[in-house]
Design a protein around this ligand. Structure first.
Ligand code: ATP
Ligand code: MG
Length: 299
């Protein structure tokens, strides 16, 4: 496996406030990685640093084991930023042509046009005349212009209707099948879960979890009931409950992982199990999680 992205202790401060705080991760070839987090978590800032468009206050980034500024690196990456800005004075077709000319092995013009989803008469429009969703689709085509090995999408589906969104994710899946490495940011756990092979969960500038969608979901959703138990604790009986996913012994306490703490407590009391020092932990990811489960308006 080739390491495609390497971030080491990345920190970015704006006026003394940390927007990204000591973030490290590496991404291997072929991974589809979601950068998931609420507003202001530091997703865009991290992406801009990976692209070499923002200088880190401290820490290092390398893409394909080189600086992101390296020409050879630039030729291998495609980017769709959160703020779409196209060359307003040009017609769509001209912008497509300009972007193709930047790369040694560009996509064909026909393929680029197909990706925009625009009709012939729309390709003659100046880019500023396009709707928000159309602009994003053109921006997607531009990201693909160089037939990149690594693509960055910052909030790619914002403003797309449900058809455009489905087409977009289908295209991402095709890219992944073709062995490309994909990084995208999103606010939505569902979107990350549907598409990504791995989730980097950001909150308040920190990378607070890194794992498969299954692992991250489990950490986000599960709460724990912990207590000291006297005598022998009926592990089996509690493990067989539907709402219990795991039971561990930690520092002399029993820790039950569950999505229904009320039910677990009720069972403990109704069975008269002698326990003390009870605590309920909603998980340290809870705050971030609450903002990540709001469904997207259109699905
Ligand atoms: N150029 C800047 N100058 C000052 N502060 C900034 C700048 N860019 C970002 N920030 C701050 O850094 C923090 C992280 O911002 P960032 O845009 O990376 O978050 P995000 O996770 O992409 O959020 P969103 O989901 O809203 O796009 C925020 O508190 C933001 O206000
Ligand atoms: Mg952002």
């Amino acid at each position: 496996m080739e390491t495609i992205v390497e971030c080491k202790n990345l920190t970015k401060e704006f006026k003394g406030k940390k927007a990204v705080d000591d973030v490290s991760f590496s991404i291997q070839s072929g991974e589809v990685v979601a950068i998931l987090g609420p507003n202001g978590a530091g997703k865009s800032t991290t992406i801009l640093m990976m692209l070499g468009l923002l200088h880190p206050t401290s820490g290092e980034v390398s893409l394909f084991n080189q600086s992101p500024h390296h020409q050879k690196v630039r030729e291998r990456i495609g980017v769709m930023l959160q703020q779409v800005s196209l060359m307003d004075a040009l017609k769509v077709k001209e912008v497509l042509a300009v972007f193709r000319s930047y790369y040694p092995n560009p996509l064909s013009m026909e393929e680029m046009i197909r990706l925009t989803g625009l009709q012939e008469h729309e390709l003659k429009k100046r880019t500023e005349k396009l709707s928000g969703g159309q602009k994003r689709r053109v921006s997607f085509a531009l990201a693909m212009a160089g037939n990149p090995d690594l693509v960055f999408f910052d909030e790619p589906t914002v403003g797309m209707d449900s058809t455009a969104r489905k087409q977009f994710w289908t295209k991402v899946q095709q890219l992944s099948k073709a062995g490309k490495t994909v990084l995208f940011s999103t606010h939505y756990l569902q979107e990350a879960d549907d598409v990504a092979t791995r989730i980097l969960l950001f909150d308040e500038g920190k990378l607070i979890a890194d794992g498969s969608p299954v692992t991250i979901k489990q950490r986000l959703l599960k709460k724990t009931v912990s207590f000291k138990a006297e005598g022998i604790f009926p592990f089996e009986r509690f493990l067989s409950m539907e709402c219990v996913s795991d039971i561990q012994s930690e520092n002399g306490k029993i820790v039950i992982q569950t999505d229904d703490t009320d039910h677990v407590l009720l069972s403990l009391f109704s069975e008269g199990i002698p326990i003390s020092d009870i605590s309920i932990d909603k998980g340290r990811l809870e705050d971030a999680f609450e903002q990540l489960t709001v469904e997207q308006g259109v699905s």
